[in-house]
Design a protein around this ligand. Structure first.
Ligand SMILES: [Zn+2]
Ligand SMILES: [Zn+2]
Length: 203
């Protein structure tokens, strides 16, 4: 991608922002050694422990915490300070939008890439990279709108078709298949879609 990416909504240049996700999803060899060593040390120390605080627990924690930190998922995404839109590039799509570890839920990245190639609905915005029209898709999400998630995402309540009994909700986004990037016009949409608990409805 070129050095400066313009916001597709026309706000001007976008900034790279680094997000750290404290769920351990990225594999970092050093971090993994650290937190595993820390865990083992804590486990052993607690077994032998006799009421007093075993120094092994403290040392274990001192290894565990930076280990988790090193292993946490770090992504650098483009975001617009004006409209709060977010662009996910290829690497972030793979990291943030994969299925769960057991493979029980749909792989979101795969779903979205397939949807982008089969959708014929043009986005109202151009791809910030190749400047061709992006494709617009709606991603159907599974299950009820929980109060918890409602509360977290007041901004997108408008986008959620909240019917009383059968609740269906979709997240709409634009993307460019050639450049492998996704455009979310609100950062909250990207957050909701990236959450592990968010599952794409099977059609
Ligand atoms: Zn913008
Ligand atoms: Zn493009």
């Amino acid at each position: 991608m070129s050095a400066e990416i313009q916001c597709p909504a026309g706000c001007g240049p976008m900034d790279y922002k680094t997000n750290r996700n404290l769920k351990i999803r990225a594999f970092d060899p050093l971090g993994t050694v650290f937190y595993l060593a820390g865990l083992i040390l804590i486990a052993n120390s607690i077994e032998v422990g006799s009421g007093e605080t075993n120094p092994g627990v403290i040392i274990g924690a001192l290894l565990f915490i930076p280990g988790v930190y090193l292993s946490s998922l770090v992504t650098t995404d483009l975001s617009c300070n004006t409209c709060t839109g977010v662009i996910l590039e290829s690497k972030s799509i793979d990291q943030k939008l994969k299925g769960d570890l057991l493979g029980l839920s749909e792989n979101k990245a795969e779903y979205i890439r397939t949807a982008l190639s089969s959708s014929t609905e043009d986005s109202e915005h151009d791809c910030p990279d190749c400047e061709k029209k992006m494709i617009h898709i709606s991603v159907p999400l599974e299950g009820e709108v929980r109060h918890r998630s409602n509360h977290l995402v007041p901004d997108i309540v408008d986008d959620i078709q909240n019917l009383t009994a059968t609740v269906s909700r979709t997240i709409d986004l634009d993307g460019c298949k050639e450049c492998d990037l996704l455009w979310f016009d609100k950062a909250k949409k990207e957050e909701v879609l990236s959450k592990d608990g968010t599952i794409i409805r099977k059609t």
